[in-house]
Write a protein that binds this ligand. Sequence first.
Ligand code: NI
Length: 184
Amino acid sequence: MIYPVTVFGDPVLRKVAEPITTDFNDLKGFVENMFDTMYTSDGVGLAAPQVGQSVRIFVLDTTSAEEEDEPGGIKRAFINPEIIEKFGDSWVMNEGCLSVPEIREDVLRPESVRMKYQDDDFVEHEETFSGFTARVIQHEYDHLEGIMFVDYLNPLKKRILKSKLVAISKGKVIPKYRIKIPGK
Ligand code: NI
């Protein structure tokens, strides 16, 4: 099942998401639907608030988007993820977000992250990621904290983008994938 994607201006994207408990209804089905929604929208990552659910889960697939000089992308669901540590030299990448259609901006993030998370059987994992995968993880993790990549822009950039963001929140920017217009 493909979910509509929530966009900038939807309050669910500003909430701190709740932990997923073992009684969550059909977790595996939800994960599968999140992957389907992500692939249909040509995204490399998707967090639950982006499909209207304020719970701590994100999915990503960096297997085809990983930079050529950094092989080894992953396809994975992260349940109740925690960032234990961010480290390494910060680098800039031009980021986009399915919830902020038609805007891309440079964002500075650390090179590596050490993560603790559960898989969809609630088995606990601890692992370090670097490069593009670490970037996507940090972007998606932010969604669980109610943070969006445009929050990192300087005040001038924010001012320039203001009218575009207002247009998105009013449903006036229509991407190729299905969105849920805030308040509708
Ligand atoms: Ni995003």
